[in-house]
Each structure stands twice: as structure tokens, then as C-alpha cells.
Design a protein around this ligand. Structure first.
Ligand code: NAG
Ligand code: NAG
Ligand code: NAG
Ligand code: NAG
Ligand code: NAG
Ligand code: NAG
Ligand code: NAG
Ligand code: NAG
Ligand code: NAG
Length: 505
């Protein structure tokens, strides 16, 4: 009797102190943060641990957990397992980090019953790295709203754990990382009211691979089936290596992973000790990171991913129920890959074309050369090459997204050098910092984001107004000295051509 009494006391304390009973788990807030006035919930499970027999399968609902969970697990012990070749130079943690059992999210909530708007952050990292707390502290972003909102950040599986997609292997699910993200978004829709959130005011936001995940979700099932669990999206530099029909690479990747894990069957992979698979993933990325075999990301599977997203958008096969979106591109997404005039040879463009579109008919090749013309000796060859690379992997995604919804907004992040990923510190601006060239720019950028989350439109901030895309393809150029309206540089024939080219990817 006493024990039961004690439990009940604990439960009521829990409810007063920011704890939440979710049916499958009693989750206590990790902390109440007085400075910023929020409850910080860490490592809430949204799916069953994806280990053993559940490896390489879509996530299943979470299993009941006993006791009261405080979610006090370090980033190292909760991030999805990841590795990155040192040459990439962006890893904030060294070469490797994380675990298999990683399907958790974090939440900064308000009081239950407040019914406030919700922002879900989906991290980027080339589908091989990232975690829900890796790219920045959201405290200042949330504060810029000047009204209550909830911030949620979610993990999804990376590398071989999230993105193997061999053809003709029936007992493996493809695009697992996409299904993880969807499950987490569905979790938010189902449970967020218990944390004070409004399930009908959910905005998802992601950069690079995070944007790619969101873009694939918007075009999932070709727009058929279950409605999206969110209403708005902010898609920043959506990026993915297009994988449509190149099954050879996809199977080579799967086979190489098996070899590295000492396996010849899928069952062996599911039975293998976790360390063996973590090592195989590490080896695959470290040894083949720069080649297609070491490249991970969403792949067309004819089911959840019916085609390359821009092709689905062009055909009207996407979730029209989304209320609207903001899409952004960096001024020079691919400048890191092609940093200087001598980073390309005179045949790099052709090599790249043949690699991206090995099956393209001659007429489309000629059309591409006409739109990315060689301009003769003395004209920088690397500019057209980097434009072509950036358009294929990133920029035209943003252009197609914005033209697919009536209530949509577009910006180009032009603060020099405006390379892929440099906008992230501006999203998570937390005060003066060497990676911020103009603090006012950062403050305005944050305000646009939170105004959109709260009011459904980015409005005006400190004199800069962010209007709709409309028929004139209006984009906001966010630059170091000024913020002004320009015509979207990717409202172009190049992005139209890409829809046809992608058929041959
Ligand atoms: C979380 O765990 C760490 C390491 O075990 C411990 O030092 C810390 O006090 C814990 N924090 C809370 C709020 O329980
Ligand atoms: C409150 O939150 C801020 C921003 O995330 C953080 O820097 C600070 O350490 C937190 N305060 C406490 C007492 O945990
Ligand atoms: C924030 O909200 C307060 C109270 O509603 C208001 O007085 C203040 O002007 C607002 N600040 C901004 C920057 O919108
Ligand atoms: C998959 O099966 C189809 C039909 O049998 C076959 O044409 C194709 O070559 C197979 N693909 C691979 C990568 O084995
Ligand atoms: C762009 O695509 C190429 C070819 O598939 C790939 O190697 C590269 O990693 C991709 N980049 C990004 C950012 O997805
Ligand atoms: C793979 O198998 C060989 C031979 O049985 C063994 O020596 C090696 O340690 C195994 N490697 C792993 C990663 O299990
Ligand atoms: C590239 O340059 C080499 C020599 O510098 C020349 O032989 C070759 O024809 C050029 N190729 C193209 C496609 O212009
Ligand atoms: C952004 O501003 C810099 C510095 O004023 C300028 O050199 C650059 O041309 C601008 N970029 C664009 C795309 O307007
Ligand atoms: C910083 O950005 C703001 C807003 O665009 C602009 O008014 C200001 O002149 C910029 N400051 C500098 C030093 O460029």
C-alpha cells in the first residue's frame, strides 16, 4: 500500500513539475530552464529501438518503458551512429560518434494547454552525420518569436543504418531515414498537445539533408495516401545525390557493407553484434566517402519515393494539402566542391554530366550544353561546372518547391562566400560569433523564421519585408550589407531542363 501511495505521489509531482505521462512512458523534464522559461525534455523515444531483427526496417511504435524516464543520456550515447571522412572538414566531433538505438527526440516546451505553434528541426549532414543537438542551441531562435512556441528536434538513422536501398532484396525496407523522420513527425502530431503545443500549427524545418528529408516527405507516395503530419515547411538548401535508376551503385554499396561486416546474408547482418556493424559503416564511409558507393541518401523505390522529387512536383504528384512553405538556396552552393578556377579541368563538366546522367540521350546532352555554355578560353570554366553541380543536387530543388505552392516564399542567402551550410549559424544565432558577418542580418533571418512559425507568414523585420514568391518569382536576397528583393536566379530554363534530365539519372 505504501509503495502504491508513493508511486501516486510521484506521479502527481511529475505532472506538476513538467512531467508527462504518454501512455508508453512517464517522461520527466530533464530541466526547467529559468532564464528562458522552458521545460527541456531530452531523449524521448518516438519508436522502438531499431536493433537486431528491427535493423534495416521501418521504425515501429515505441515499447512501454518502466519507471520515470529523465532522458539524461549524453549526445554520444543518443546520436545515431555516424562517421565522416576527415577530408570533408565539417565534423564537429571527430571521426565517429553515436549508437544504433537512437530514435529519440528533444523538446523545449511550455505549459500544457497553451496550444502554441510548434517548430520541428530536422538536421542535415549529408545523410551520414548529424544529431538533434549538433548544429546549434535554439534558445535565441525561440526567443526571437517573442511569443510562446515549442521547439522539437529529431534523430533519424544515418549511413548504412538509414539508407541502404539494394534492388531485389525483399526483406529490407528502403529509405528508412525518411520513415524515421515521418514517425517522429507523426509522434509530434499525436503527443504535442500534452506539452502545450497545437497539432494544427506544426512547421518542419531542415537544412541540406534535413531539407532533402522534408522535400521527400512533401512528395511522399506521389502525394497519395495519409495526409502530412505538419502544415508548413521551411526547406533550406534541400540536398541529396539523385539516385533514380542506378541500381548497380546501390547494390554495390549494399554488397560492400556486407563484405565489411563479414556477412553474406541479411540475416547475418541482423544477427551481428552492434560493434561489427558500426565498424562496417565507418569503414564504408571512410574508404569510399568520395565515391558513389560511399554516398548515402534517399533513393527512388517506386513506393514511398515514387520518383525524384522535382519530377513529382512537376507532375503535380505531391501533398497539396501543405499550407505553404519557405525555400532557400545559398548564392553559391557548390563553391566548396569547386573553389577555384583550377579546381576543374576542361573536361570536368562532361565527366560530371556522364556521371549524373549516364543514360541521357544525345539531344538532352546538347540541350544541357546549350544552357551551360562553354564560353571560350579565358572565361572561368569552373563557374558553369559548379552551377551545374549545385543545380542538380541542391538549387533546383528549392526552385521547384517554391513554385509548387501558392503561399510560398523564397530567399537566397548571399552573405559571402555563400557556400552550402553557411546559413546554419544564422538560423541558430545566439549572439556575436566569428561565423556571423552581420548580427542584424542574423536577427532578421531568425525573425522571419519564427514569424512564419507563429503567424504563417514571414512579415517584416527591422525594415526588411519578405513577400510572397508570386508570378514574378520574387526572392529575398539576404546579404551582408543589405536585404533586398531580387528575381529568383533559379526561376530558369536550367531547372526546367533538369526535370527531363533526371529521368536518366
Ligand atoms: C545527468 O547525468 C550525468 C552523468 O551521469 C550527471 O552528472 C548529471 O547530474 C545528471 N543530470 C541530471 C539533471 O540528472
Ligand atoms: C538555459 O538554457 C540556455 C540556452 O539553451 C543554456 O545556455 C543554459 O545553460 C540553460 N541554463 C541552465 C541553468 O541549464
Ligand atoms: C514583444 O512582445 C511584447 C509584449 O507583447 C511587446 O511589448 C514588444 O514590443 C514585442 N517586441 C517585438 C520585438 O516584437
Ligand atoms: C533485379 O531483378 C530484375 C528482374 O529479375 C533484373 O532485371 C535486375 O537486373 C535485378 N537487379 C539487380 C541489381 O540484381
Ligand atoms: C551530389 O551528387 C553527387 C553524385 O551523386 C554526390 O557525389 C554528392 O555527394 C552529392 N552532394 C550532395 C551534397 O548531396
Ligand atoms: C571476419 O571473418 C574473419 C575470418 O573468419 C575473421 O578473422 C575476422 O575477424 C572477421 N571480421 C569481423 C569484423 O568480424
Ligand atoms: C582539353 O585540353 C586538352 C589539352 O590541354 C586538349 O587536348 C583537349 O582537346 C581539350 N578538351 C576539350 C573538351 O576541350
Ligand atoms: C553580397 O554583398 C557583397 C558585399 O557587399 C557583394 O560583393 C556581393 O556581390 C553581394 N552578392 C549578391 C548576390 O548580391
Ligand atoms: C548589416 O545588415 C543590416 C540589415 O541588412 C544593414 O542595414 C547594415 O548596414 C549592415 N551592416 C553592415 C556593417 O554591413
Amino acid at each position: 500500500m505504501i509503495t502504491i501511495g508513493l508511486k501516486e505521489t510521484l506521479l502527481s509531482l511529475l505532472l506538476i513539475g513538467g512531467g508527462r505521462h504518454l501512455g508508453y512512458v512517464k517522461q520527466q523534464a530533464f530541466e526547467y530552464n529559468q532564464t528562458y522559461d522552458f521545460y527541456h525534455f531530452r531523449n524521448i523515444r518516438y519508436a522502438a529501438p531499431p536493433i537486431g531483427a528491427l535493423r534495416f526496417r521501418k521504425p515501429l511504435p515505441p515499447i512501454p518503458e518502466a519507471g520515470i524516464q529523465h532522458g539524461n543520456i549524453s549526445v554520444e550515447e543518443s546520436a545515431c551512429h555516424q562517421a565522416e571522412p576527415p577530408a570533408e572538414g565539417t565534423t564537429p566531433f571527430g571521426e565517429t560518434l553515436g549508437v544504433e538505438d537512437c530514435l529519440v527526440g528533444l523538446l523545449r516546451s511550455v505549459s500544457a494547454g497553451d496550444d502554441v505553434p510548434v517548430l520541428i528541426w530536422v538536421y542535415g549532414g549529408g545523410y551520414i552525420i548529424g544529431s538533434k543537438e549538433m548544429w546549434g542551441d535554439p534558445a535565441r531562435l525561440i526567443q526571437s518569436a517573442n511569443e510562446s512556441m515549442i521547439y522539437v528536434s529529431i534523430n533519424y538513422r544515418l549511413g548504412a543504418f538509414g539508407w541502404l536501398s539494394p534492388q531485389n532484396v525483399t526483406d529490407i525496407d528502403s529509405n528508412i531515414g525518411l520513415h524515421d523522420a515521418l514517425a517522429a513527425m507523426e509522434w509530434v502530431k499525436k503527443y504535442i498537445s500534452r506539452f502545450g503545443g497545437d497539432k494544427d500549427k506544426i512547421t518542419v524545418m531542415g537544412e541540406s539533408a534535413g531539407g532533402g528529408v522534408i522535400m521527400h516527405t512533401i512528395t511522399s507516395n506521389g502525394g497519395e495516401g495519409k495526409k502530412l503530419p505538419f502544415q508548413q515547411a521551411i526547406v533550406q538548401s534541400a540536398a541529396f545525390p539523385p539516385k533514380r535508376t542506378q541500381y548497380t551503385d546501390r547494390n554495390a554499396q549494399y554488397n560492400q557493407f556486407m563484405t565489411l561486416a563479414n556477412c553474406t546474408t541479411l540475416k547475418c547482418l541482423r544477427d551481428a553484434p552492434t560493434e561489427v556493424l558500426l565498424k562496417a559503416n565507418y569503414d564504408l564511409i571512410m574508404n569510399h566517402g568520395s565515391l558513389d558507393i560511399g554516398n548515402f541518401g534517399p533513393a527512388v523505390d517506386g513506393n514511398y519515393v515514387q520518383d525524384i522529387p522535382i519530377r513529382l512536383l512537376a507532375q503535380g504528384r505531391y501533398h497539396h494539402e501543405l499550407k505553404g512553405l519557405i525555400s532557400s538556396s545559398m548564392g553559391f552552393e557548390a563553391l566548396k566542391q569547386f573553389p577555384t578556377p583550377d579546381s576543374v579541368k576542361n573536361d570536368t563538366f562532361e565527366v560530371l554530366f556522364n556521371r549524373f546522367y549516364p543514360l541521357a540521350p544525345e539531344a538532352l546532352k546538347l540541350a544541357t550544353y546549350a544552357l551551360y555554355p562553354y564560353q571560350g578560353p579565358g572565361v572561368p570554366e569552373w563557374l558553369r561546372t559548379s552551377a551545374f553541380w549545385g543545380d542538380t543536387n541542391i538549387s533546383c530543388n528549392g526552385a521547384w518547391l517554391v513554385r509548387s505552392f501558392q503561399k510560398s516564399y523564397r530567399y537566397v542567402f548571399n552573405v559571402p562566400p555563400a557556400i552550402h551550410g553557411e546559413d546554419v549559424p544564422y538560423t541558430f544565432y545566439a549572439g556575436p560569433n566569428p561565423s556571423i558577418a552581420n548580427d542584424t542580418t542574423a536577427i532578421i533571418h531568425q525573425k522571419f523564421i519564427t514569424d512564419y512559425v507563429i503567424h504563417g507568414e514571414p512579415r517584416c523585420a527591422m525594415g526588411a519585408c519578405f513577400g510572397q514568391y508570386g508570378l514574378s518569382a520574387n526572392a529575398l536576397s539576404v546579404n551582408i550589407t543589405e536585404i533586398k528583393v531580387i528575381r529568383d536566379p533559379w526561376a530558369s530554363e536550367r531547372c526546367n531542363l533538369l526535370v527531363h534530365l533526371m529521368k536518366y539519372n
